[in-house]
Ligand binder design. Structure first.
Ligand code: SF4
Length: 293
């Protein structure tokens, strides 16, 4: 069947060949574990039940999880194994099931989520995405996903083309995030501060690109209002594979403070921030071809 799951619209038969995302018709998982490096509303005290999918439809040249982007690393999971893994993470005490880069795996995931819920999955399901999604694919998750965690990476098409091979990133991401808001509204938390429903938009401040961060914040305010929960991330870390300037150096304290000042000046009411000790710190967990859980 010709794949049109995401805006790349490869129209290839993934049973015969991998698409732009690197994914064939099988689902590969490179890690499934309790994870403590997400925002406190997701990690809480017991961890986020994170499932890392192999393959990605953006191919950002600065990606911290670069080993996953070509879709070859990881163990093949059937739908029943996915269900079993979600239920196991719940048994281990996870606050949520956190699906990281799930985009190419819509058909297996929607089936697995339906089955897992029938078999007792009751914790929130988090869809953790680069937001380069088709609206139809996000609609397929209506009623299955509780929390959406989309990036909004760029406004400037020159940046999204150069860094992620997607000149139409901004318009596409805004449309998909609008559908996420239609389904679940802005993020809300329980009495312990743990996310139970809604959208939180993430933005990673890139070195030399604070002008675009300002444009991203302006766009969030214009489209979703100042009540929109935001995570403004400082954790950009240059990787050896990327020598493209200015992504070959860390973010400076001055750049992050400038982004943060602008965010606050716009009047956002729910902003998760990182301190500058996050700069250069590795948030990349160990990935493997053998998932132990
Ligand atoms: S999910 Fe992968 S194969 Fe399908 S359209 Fe997107 S990039 Fe292409």
């Amino acid at each position: 069947m010709a794949c049109n799951i995401c805006p790349r619209n490869c129209h290839i038969d993934r049973a015969a060949a991998a698409g732009f995302c690197g994914c064939s018709s099988v689902v590969r998982i490179a890690r499934a574990a309790l994870h403590y490096d997400e925002e406190p509303c997701l990690s809480g005290t017991r961890g986020s039940g994170t499932i890392f999918f192999s393959g990605c439809n953006l191919k950002c040249i600065f990606c911290q999880n670069m080993v996953l982007t070509d879709g070859t690393l990881g163990e093949v999971f059937s739908v029943p194994r996915l269900v079993e893994t979600m239920l196991m993470l719940q048994t281990l005490g996870a606050h949520n099931i956190n699906l990281v880069t799930p985009t190419p795996h819509r058909d297996a995931l929607t089936e697995a989520l339906r089955l897992a819920k029938k078999q007792g999955l009751s914790i929130p399901v988090v869809y953790n995405t680069n937001a380069y999604e088709s609206v139809e694919t996000i609609r397929a998750y209506d009623g299955l996903v509780d929390v959406y965690l989309p990036d909004l990476k760029y406004v400037d098409p020159r940046l999204s083309l150069k860094f992620s091979k997607a000149s139409d990133y901004f318009d596409t991401a805004i449309r998909s995030i609008t559908e996420m808001f239609r389904q679940v509204g802005p993020m809300c938390c329980d009495a312990d501060g743990i996310a139970i429903k809604g959208v939180r938009i993430r933005h990673l401040v890139l070195p030399g690109c604070v002008y675009d961060t300002r444009a991203v914040l302006d766009a969030i305010k214009a489209h979703f209002g100042t009540d929109c929960p935001i995570s403004l991330m400082s954790q950009f870390t240059p990787i050896p594979e990327c020598t493209v300037k200015p992504l070959d150096r860390p973010l400076t304290a001055r750049e992050y403070e400038s982004a943060l000042d602008y965010c606050m000046s716009l009047g956002f009411t729910d902003v998760f921030t990182q301190d500058l000790s996050s700069v250069g710190r590795s948030f990349t967990p160990p990935f493997s071809d053998h998932v132990e859980l």
